[in-house]
Design a protein around this ligand. Structure first.
Ligand code: HEM
Length: 80
């Protein structure tokens, strides 16, 4: 059973406030704490601690990059 995290809990894992570095994609929260490509929560001009689903289209790669990452939880759905 995966834990459900709020956007503010995710925002704390931005590579600045807490040691963990997390990003959300399509409702899942992925751990990029140990990724050299997400050092201090920054990946090119993209920042950790938020839902990056809409930003993937700006990437030179597809969503295959998420395949080997650990899922730490689910992102609480935004209020409609
Ligand atoms: C200017 C935009 C971006 C550039 C130039 C870029 C570039 C890269 C490159 C070169 C890699 C390594 C790919 C590989 O291992 O084959 C990578 C990995 C990755 N990218 Fe991006 N990316 C961009 C945007 C994004 C966005 C918007 C997201 C999230 C939605 C994202 C998520 C990731 C993830 C999760 C990895 C895997 C990290 C790892 O396994 O250590 N990227 N990116």
């Amino acid at each position: 059973m995966l834990t459900i995290y709020s956007r503010s809990q995710l925002a704390l894992r931005n590579g600045q406030d807490k040691s963990e570095v997390w990003i959300a994609y399509q409702g899942k929260i992925y751990d990029v704490t140990h990724s050299r490509l997400w050092r201090n929560g920054k990946h090119y001009e993209h920042w950790a601690g938020q839902d990056l689903t809409d930003e993937l289209k700006e990437a030179p790669h597809t969503e295959y990059v998420f395949e080997k990452l650990k899922i730490v939880g689910l992102l609480k759905a935004a209020n409609p």
